[in-house]
Design a protein around this ligand. Structure first.
Ligand code: VG1
Ligand code: CO
Length: 581
């Protein structure tokens, strides 16, 4: 192939957000849009991460992925990349990409040093919906802010990019290597099985035999919903072929470009079919719900864990995994190096860390902040309230890993009960027992999606301004609800990375109450239109006799305070949030 240089000019708005660049497909399809961003990324890397390097390019298979892959291949070839690795049909889950970077070795001993992941995660897909791209580094984790800032700077000054325009399209549906000869030598595109490396890794972490025994017990019933995302490419292999689950326990497990028209976000609002099957919606499931249910988002890094008629909040989920990992999961048999959560995630994990005497870290929202801790051997298990849970086996959150972790804990707790007549220890039993031991963090998140961006900024500015006068805040709080505790302190969260010393500012507005309750306000960094305000509400209850309340009831006074203090309705014109989780 030949290399030609195309002149281009900067395009506005290519700033990577919490997890890469996410925009409507029609924005990505504009001339030079994808090319500029990819070239800006190449220019942000050190030369040896480009020239002669091996890169992974794949994603959740959403609409526009196939075209985007061909463009990225042509750009990679022209930039002197040695080989591109592609999951069959362009499919690799975000955690599988991380695993491939870290674990996969090519026939000639090659290793990948980075990846372009093509996904907008839980955002809908299709011609009128979202596409996204993000770059992951050699450790398998998302590029840190130092790199994403550089990428953004480069998008503002880009003048040209080289491209191998005459390179023929590569058939990404068939496994195998296609070789090309360019001005600087050989260039290969290798298409490989999307699941092999990931399945191998999972088998090295968990005791598949004990999970298999659980799944084949008549006492235990199971259900998994991939919401037509890429998790479907793994679910059949792992749950059915490896672990013996029934075919009928898989819902929506065929990956689709538009996720079947749905919103591939595993929460109580969008995972409707699973929620109904688990007996958690008003729709009567007609049959006895399964004992365990789980769902994933588009790129399979998120998870929702459900028991029969029971919802596990993600903040509790990571705490429960941390509390039980050592006995139940072989990978952790020598103990946990430490645990971490994102700032808005509830403090349930903090209590476990304290009790088990584990190192503990609180980082800003977004998985990229966990990577440094893990690379430095300071953190084994971490999680976010946004249905993200994971460990240091890779550098992304991992939806299927979380399901296998829960199944391992269930298998462990039911060692004695599976064979005899004793009653099964259920998901709900495990959670209630956890609350009895550690106390319960009542928790909810209100999302106001696609509100006017200027109004959202004003709301945030008001909340920052209020922080300078706590007596005034407390006067307002008491007027709204005399029983709500006083605000003890208020700030904007700022994080200094303990490993590299980098500082991230303005990571969310916090109001911390005297009784340990918290209100957190953030603007989303993953949306593609308008602004999304996230309001996180948390209240700690230590008294074991009071941990069984309905969480929306328990939190009602605090919610009231949050909405009135922030003048939510005035600013957004919304009387209720788009989604409550
Ligand atoms: C959201 C979540 C955050 C998560 C991020 C990426 O970000 O709040 O916890 O890490 O999505 O997840 P934001 O900025 O919109 O609040 V994923 O599955 O979309 O890669
Ligand atoms: Co995701």
């Amino acid at each position: 192939f030949k290399v030609s240089v195309v002149s281009t000019s900067p395009i506005d708005g290519q700033k990577p957000g919490t997890s890469g660049l996410r925009k409507k497909v029609k924005v990505f399809k504009q001339p030079n849009y994808l090319e500029n961003f990819v070239q800006a990324t190449f220019n942000a890397l050190t030369p040896e991460k480009v020239k002669g390097a091996t890169l992974v390019v794949s994603g959740d298979g959403r609409y526009y992925s196939e075209e985007a892959i061909q463009i990225i291949i042509k750009l990679a070839a022209a930039n002197g990349v040695r080989r591109v690795w592609v999951g069959q049909n362009s499919l690799l889950s975000t955690p599988a990409v991380s695993a491939v970077i870290r674990e996969r070795v090519g026939n000639d001993g090659s290793k990948a040093t980075g990846a372009f992941i093509l996904t907008a995660s839980h955002n809908p897909g299709g011609p009128t919906e979202d596409f996204g791209i993000k770059y992951n580094m050699e450790n398998g984790g998302p590029a840190p802010e130092s790199i994403t800032d550089k990428i953004y700077e480069n998008t503002k000054t880009i003048k040209e990019y080289p491209i191998a325009e005459d390179l023929p399209s590569v058939d990404i549906s068939a496994i195998g290597t296609t070789s090309f000869e360019g001005p600087e030598g050989k260039f290969d595109v290798e298409v490989f099985d999307s699941a092999d490396d990931y399945v191998k890794l999972m088998k090295s972490i968990f005791d598949f035999e004990s999970i298999k025994k659980l799944l084949s017990s008549p006492k235990f019933t199971f259900c998994y919903d991939a919401l037509h995302g890429v998790a479907g490419a793994y679910a059949h292999r792992i749950f059915v072929e490896e672990l013996g689950a029934q075919e009928s326990s898989l819902l929506n497990c065929t990956p689709k470009k538009d996720f079947g028209g749905g919103h591939p976000d595993p929460n109580l609002t969008y995972a409707k079919e699973l929620v109904a099957r688990m007996g958690l919606s008003k729709i009567d499931p007609g049959v006895e719900p399964p004992e365990f249910g789980a769902a994933a988002d588009g790129d399979a890094d998120r998870n929702m864990i459900l028991g029969k008629r029971f919802f596990v909040t993600p903040s509790d989920s990571v705490a429960i995994i941390a509390a039980n990992a050592v006995g139940a999961i072989p990978y952790f048999s020598s103990g946990l190096k430490g645990v971490a959560r994102s700032m808005p995630t509830s403090a349930a994990l903090d209590v476990v860390a304290k009790n088990l005497n584990l190192k503990f870290f609180e980082v800003p929202t977004g998985w990229k902040f966990f990577g440094n801790l893990m690379d430095a051997g300071m953190c084994s298990v971490c999680g976010e309230e946004s249905f993200g849970t994971g460990s240091d086996h890779i550098r992304e959150k991992d939806g299927i890993w979380a399901v296998l972790a829960w199944l391992s804990i269930l298998a462990h707790k039911n060692k004695e009960t599976l064979d005899g007549n004793a009653k099964l220890v259920t998901v709900e039993d495990i959670v209630r027992q956890h609350w009895a031991t550690y106390g319960r963090h009542y928790y909810t998140r209100y999302d106001y999606e696609n509100v006017d961006a200027a109004a959202a900024k004003e709301l945030m500015a008001l909340l920052v301004k209020l922080q300078s006068s706590l007596p005034e805040v407390n006067k307002i709080v008491k007027e709204i609800h005399p029983n709500v505790a006083n605000v003890a302190s208020a700030d904007e969260f700022e994080y200094k990375d303990p490993v590299d010393g980098s500082v991230s500012k303005h990571q969310g507005i916090r109001y911390l109450f005297e009784d340990g309750s918290r209100l957190v306000f953030r603007l989303s960094g993953t949306g593609s239109e308008g602004a999304t305000i996230r309001l996180y509400i948390e209240q700690y209850e230590k008294d074991a006799s009071k941990t069984g309340r309905d969480s929306q009831d328990a939190l009602a006074p605090l919610v009231d305070v949050a909405l009135k203090l922030s003048k939510m309705q005035e600013f957004t014109g919304r009387s209720s949030p788009t989604v409550i989780t």
